[in-house]
Design a protein around this ligand. Structure first.
Ligand code: FA5
Length: 340
C-alpha cells in the first residue's frame, strides 16, 4: 500500500501543476479527494488493514492528504493570479511615445523644397572626398594658403572628410549634362567647435551653369530663397569677399533672429551669437573660369554662379527659433529636441 500511496501522490502533484484553470483543478480534486475519490478510497480501506500496521499507515495517509491539500491550495492561488493577468481589452491602451524628424532633417527638407520649386535638382556627392574635388579642382593648388580656411580632417594624404559641399561642383560639371541647376546638400566636417561652430554640420550648395548667366541671377535666387525661407521681414546683405573658386565672391549675411538684428538682447547684454545684428550664412559668387575648365566646360561659352550655406545656421536664423548655441542641435537632450 506504501507504493500505491506514493504513486498516487506523484500523479496528483504532476497533474495539479499541469492544470490551466479552476475547472480542471476542481475536477482533479473530485477525482482524488471527492466522496468517491481515489485517495478517499485508500482512506476508507484503512479499516481493513491489520491493526499493528494501521497506525503507521494512518500517519502516512494523513501526511499525504496534507500534501495534496497544500498542492491544491497553491495551485488555486497561481491559477487565480494567472487569470487576473489575462489580457483585458477594455483597459485603455498606453500611447507609445511618437518621435519626429530631427530639426536638421526638417530644415533640409524645407530648403530642398524651396529650391526644387524653381527647378533645382537635388544631388548628393561623397562625404569622403579626394583632394582634387575639395581643393585642387576648385582653383586651390596644394601649396595655396587659402586651404587653411577649411580646417580639414584628412583621412589619408589624398582623402579627406569634405569640409564643404563645393566638392560637388566639378563632379556635377563632369556629368556633362548642361545646363546645370543643382542643389547639393550633405554633411561637412571641420576641426571647429564653439557657440556658432560644430565639427560635423551640413551645407547646401547651389550651382547653376548655362549660357549668359549673370550676377543678377545669383542675387535674384538668393533673394527668392531668403523671402521664402525666412519671411519678408528679414533682411539679407552681400559683402564682398574672396573665394578661390568664385570671382567675384560674396558672403551673405542675414539679420540675427535672436536679437532681431539689433546686436543687443532685451537684458541689455550684447548678443553672443551674431556680430552687431548680422550673422553670416554662407558664401557665393560667379564660378571661376578655372573651375569650369576643371569640369571640362568652356568658360568662353558658359558661365555660372554658386553659393554654399550652412544648414544649421540657416535654420537657427529662422523667425521664432531661439537657439543661442549651435551645439545644442547635436545634444541628445529630448527636452530640447521635442520643441521642434
Ligand atoms: C564655404 O564653405 C564655401 N564653400 C561656400 C561657397 C560655395 C562660396 C560656393 C562660394 C561659392 P564658408 O567656409 O564660409 O564657405 O562656409 C559656408 C557656411 O557654412 C558658413 O557661412 C556657415 O554658415 C557654415 N559653417 C562653416 N563652418 C561651420 C561649422 N564649423 N559649424 C557650423 N556651420 C559652419
Amino acid at each position: 500500500m506504501h507504493e500505491e500511496v506514493s504513486s498516487l501522490r506523484s500523479e496528483f502533484i504532476s497533474r495539479a501543476l499541469a492544470t490551466q484553470n479552476h475547472d480542471e483543478l476542481e475536477a482533479l480534486r473530485i477525482e482524488f479527494l471527492g466522496r468517491n475519490g481515489r485517495f478517499t478510497a485508500l482512506l476508507k480501506s484503512l479499516k481493513d488493514i491489520e491493526p499493528d500496521k494501521r497506525r503507521q499507515m494512518g500517519e502516512l495517509l494523513n501526511q499525504t492528504k496534507k500534501i495534496l491539500e497544500e498542492t491544491l491550495a497553491t495551485q488555486e492561488k497561481e491559477t487565480t493570479q494567472k487569470e487576473e493577468k489575462k489580457f483585458d481589452d477594455t483597459i485603455p491602451g498606453i500611447q507609445p511615445p511618437i518621435g519626429h524628424l530631427h530639426l536638421v532633417t526638417q530644415a533640409i527638407d524645407e530648403i530642398s523644397r524651396v529650391f526644387m520649386d524653381i527647378g533645382f535638382v537635388r544631388r548628393r556627392y561623397p562625404e569622403i572626398e579626394t583632394d582634387f574635388y575639395a581643393f585642387e579642382g576648385l582653383n586651390m593648388p596644394s601649396t595655396h594658403a587659402a586651404r587653411d580656411e577649411w580646417e580639414t580632417f584628412f583621412v589619408e594624404p589624398n582623402f579627406l572628410l569634405t569640409p564643404h559641399t563645393s566638392n560637388g561642383q566639378v563632379r556635377e560639371m563632369e556629368r556633362g549634362a548642361l545646363p546645370i541647376r543643382m542643389i547639393n546638400i550633405s554633411k561637412t566636417y571641420r576641426r571647429q567647435s564653439d557657440i556658432s561652430h560644430v565639427p560635423m554640420f551640413h551645407q547646401f550648395e547651389g550651382l547653376v551653369v548655362d549660357q549668359n548667366i549673370h550676377i543678377t541671377h545669383l542675387k535674384g535666387t538668393l533673394d527668392y530663397f531668403a523671402k521664402n525661407f525666412f519671411g519678408e521681414s528679414r533682411k539679407t546683405r552681400l559683402r564682398p569677399y574672396n573665394f578661390r573658386f568664385t570671382e567675384p565672391s560674396f558672403e551673405i549675411d542675414i539679420t540675427c533672429g535672436v536679437c532681431n538684428g539689433t546686436g543687443k538682447l532685451p537684458s541689455g547684454n550684447s548678443c553672443k551669437l551674431c556680430k552687431a545684428g548680422w550673422l553670416e550664412l554662407g558664401g557665393a559668387g560667379m564660378v571661376h573660369p578655372n573651375v569650369l575648365k576643371a569640369g571640362k566646360i568652356d568658360p568662353t561659352k558658359y558661365s555660372g554662379f554658386a553659393f554654399g550655406w550652412g544648414v544649421e545656421r540657416t535654420y537657427m536664423m529662422k523667425s521664432g527659433i531661439q537657439i543661442p548655441d549651435i551645439r545644442m542641435l547635436y545634444s541628445t537632450d529630448l527636452r530640447f529636441l521635442r520643441q521642434f
